[in-house]
Design a protein around this ligand. Structure first.
Ligand SMILES: [Fe+2]
Length: 272
């Protein structure tokens, strides 16, 4: 059940689950983490301070420039797996001695470079979003070392299997096509990660998350915040998530390319 963060809703009290730590092969007692849905950026930020909230979705409605975005995406060749068409990375710890305003200037310039290859009509919109995602993550986790921003036109699913990530956190906007899928900890059978290793995602997905209706499916243009395994004070693993299932043609190609903006915080330098 979705936990809503808006004023008219309350965050439910959480029980405690005992589940297997697949990496260590031992049992760990953790509080259940869950996905919260937010109405605004400020609610997203305040909800993220709740240690039990591991994932957040802010559904922003239809982007007013959806037609221009669609036109651009149709003209894009889809990137290969993990190869964005725009990529910026900053070592935040290298600039730790700089005043915050100067460090933010570096982020502002990185966001300008990130959108340089976009059509003029889309640059400002996506630059504003990129800076919002950077500001959100860096204010929530000011001690992380590496900030990475990327724009990607995805023609196939890169993260199609349910998983958690090692980074501190990720914010992501999917401008075309369905958004990221996230699940509460208590919707996950963690023992299935090991048991289904090497098995096709068609088989493993429903074993790892048995109830399809429990999946939080972010809408197009939603802002998602995903806490990773290295998020400060995370209970157990980061949020369990995956790329959305998308319709394919008879050649196995996706029918709708997705334009994605991702901003990551990491403690160690990530590669491309
Ligand atoms: Fe991921």
């Amino acid at each position: 059940m979705a936990a809503l963060c808006c004023p008219q809703h309350s965050i439910p009290l959480l029980g405690t689950n005992l589940w297997h730590a697949r990496a260590a092969g031992i049992c760990v007692d953790v509080s259940s983490g869950f996905v919260a849905e937010s109405c605004t950026l400020s609610w997203l930020r305040s909800c993220s301070l709740n240690a039990s909230v591991k994932g957040l979705v802010w559904n922003r409605g239809v982007n007013p420039q959806i037609n221009q975005i669609d036109t651009f995406v149709k003209s894009c060749l889809p990137d290969g797996q993990g190869t964005p068409f725009a990529y910026e990375q900053l070592n935040l710890s290298a600039n730790a001695e700089k005043p915050a305003a100067y460090r933010r200037d570096d982020v502002i310039l990185a966001c300008k470079r990130l959108v340089a290859k976009l059509p003029p009509s889309l640059k400002e919109t996506i630059e504003v979003d990129a800076l919002m995602l950077c500001d959100t993550l860096t204010s929530l986790c000011p001690n992380a070392s590496w900030l990475t921003a990327q724009l990607e036109c995805v023609g196939k699913n890169n993260c199609a299997r349910w998983h958690q990530d090692l980074y501190v956190g990720r914010t992501i906007i999917t401008y075309t096509g369905p958004g990221t899928w996230l699940v509460d900890d208590n919707s996950v059978d963690f023992s299935q990660f090991d048991k289904t290793m090497g098995v096709s995602k068609e088989v493993s997905d429903p074993l790892i998350v048995p109830d399809f209706n429990k999946i939080h499916r972010a809408q197009t243009n939603a802002v998602c915040l995903l806490k990773g395994n290295s998020w400060p004070d995370i209970n157990g693993f980061g949020i369990t998530h995956k790329s959305p299932n998308v319709p394919l043609n008879d050649k196995g190609e996706v029918l709708e390319k997705r334009l994605m903006l991702k901003v990551d915080l990491s403690n160690t330098q990530p590669g491309l």
